[in-house]
Design a binder for this molecule. Structure first.
Ligand code: SF4
Ligand code: SF4
Length: 383
């Protein structure tokens, strides 16, 4: 295992962290019961080979992930890792909820402290309407004083401007967690956000390194680019190496759901290093990025300038689901992303909520006819 600097903190962390969000389940069903024995074997296999960071969250696997994480870390494994989990910010409706949920998480984990505690999935709305409104930052500091939590951080899903606002909104952040992979260079916090946070001394944890597993299953037309390269690596290794190459990345989280994946990812992490990509390697990633870009059916850059939509439509995500269909030649994948959008953002997030007011269109730098496309997207992707 290779170890990396973690922002301004003294301690180093393993290049790879174990994400407990996509654990193996009965029949492989999204909402199925977690296969505990397999999960515990995988987590311990990784820790025995030097992995030092395990990440879960209140809602993962309907709450069962925290319980299984606690079990996996028994028998002496807890002392070998940093344990991270996240406060379910969106469920906080009154002052006392924050500590109540934290205590519930400690009980689920069977522990008396959490090493790295994050405010989960922040964006502008949650920052203003919940974190600031309910004074969650002083509450985090208070929990730190009580010894219930260690390092203070947040995970993030919004645009770059919202990211800088949150980073600058509190000078005590010790780390953050952002979505990043070679297709999401300018999506959400993006590479600019990575550098912004690292410049300010935060450790930066990367999630979704494989875009929810999609970059592990490249369409045949893109595999040819990999085959022409003199160095032979799997699509997964190229995606992970692109991240580890960047010195600002402290740790890459992978949501491993089979022992084979754990074995492979541990091997890749053991070969990783900042600055590891040659100019030819970078050209390969640029060629993949270009190929994906030209396979998009809608030229949406995910800039989010069109938001907010008065009807609540998550316009960039609707276009992203549509582009996934053509980029990965897989309508089923796009349909499942679109269905997940309704699960996360509610029915109003879907393209069907568009009332055709066209308030968004003048704000779109790509001049996309948003109101014309949305009904077609809903027709194609709704299940
Ligand atoms: S046209 Fe549709 S998507 Fe655009 S702002 Fe109006 S309701 Fe929202
Ligand atoms: S639709 Fe236009 S404004 Fe909205 S995210 Fe896409 S490119 Fe940006």
């Amino acid at each position: 295992m290779e170890y990396r600097k973690f922002g301004n903190l003294e301690q180093e962390v393993s290049a790879l962290g174990f994400g407990m969000m996509r654990l193996p389940t009965e029949n492989g069903a999204f909402a199925g019961a977690i296969l505990e024995k397999e999960t515990i074997e995988m987590v311990r296999y990784a820790i025995d080979r030097g992995l030092t960071y395990v990440d879960t969250a209140y809602p993962y696997h309907g709450g069962a992930s925290e319980v299984v994480t606690g079990k996996a870390l028994k028998d002496g494994y807890r002392d070998k890792v940093k344990l991270a989990t996240k406060s379910p910010v969106w469920m906080i409706q009154k002052e006392e909820d924050f500590e109540r949920y934290l205590d519930e998480q400690l009980k689920r984990l069977g522990d008396d402290h959490i090493d790295f505690y994050l405010l989960h999935a922040l964006g502008t709305e949650r920052w203003e309407d919940i974190v600031l409104r309910f004074d969650l930052i002083p509450k985090m500091e208070n929990m730190k004083k009580k010894g219930k939590i260690g390092k203070i951080g947040f995970s993030f899903h919004d645009g770059f401007e919202a990211f800088t606002k949150i980073v600058d909104g509190y000078d005590g952040w010790e780390f953050c967690q952002i979505q990043l992979n070679y297709l999401d260079v300018a999506v959400q916090a993006g590479v600019a956000g990575l550098k912004y946070a690292a410049d300010r001394g935060l450790g930066v944890i990367v999630m979704e390194p494989l875009l929810g597993g999609k970059l592990a299953r490249l369409p045949q037309k893109f595999l040819g680019l990999l085959e022409k390269h003199p160095v032979k690596k799997s699509p997964v290794e190229w995606a992970l190496d692109w991240l580890w190459d960047q010195p600002e990345v402290s740790l890459v989280l992978s949501g491993m759901n089979s022992m084979a994946q754990a074995v492979e990812n541990m091997e890749y992490a053991g070969r990783s290093a900042a600055g590891m990509m040659t100019p030819e390697d970078k050209n390969l990633i640029a060629a993949l990025q270009g190929a994906f870009e030209s396979a998009k059916s809608i030229p949406c850059t995910q800039c989010a300038y069109c938001l907010p939509c008065p009807s609540g439509v998550h316009i960039p995500q609707c276009f992203d689901a549509c582009n996934i269909s053509t980029m990965f030649e897989d309508p089923a994948l796009a349909k499942s992303d679109y269905a997940r959008l309704a699960m996360l953002g509610g029915p109003a997030a879907l393209a069907s909520s568009c009332i055709g007011c066209r308030a968004c269109e003048s704000k779109c730098p790509q001049h996309i006819r948003i109101s014309e496309l949305l009904p077609k997207i809903h027709e194609a992707l709704a299940v």
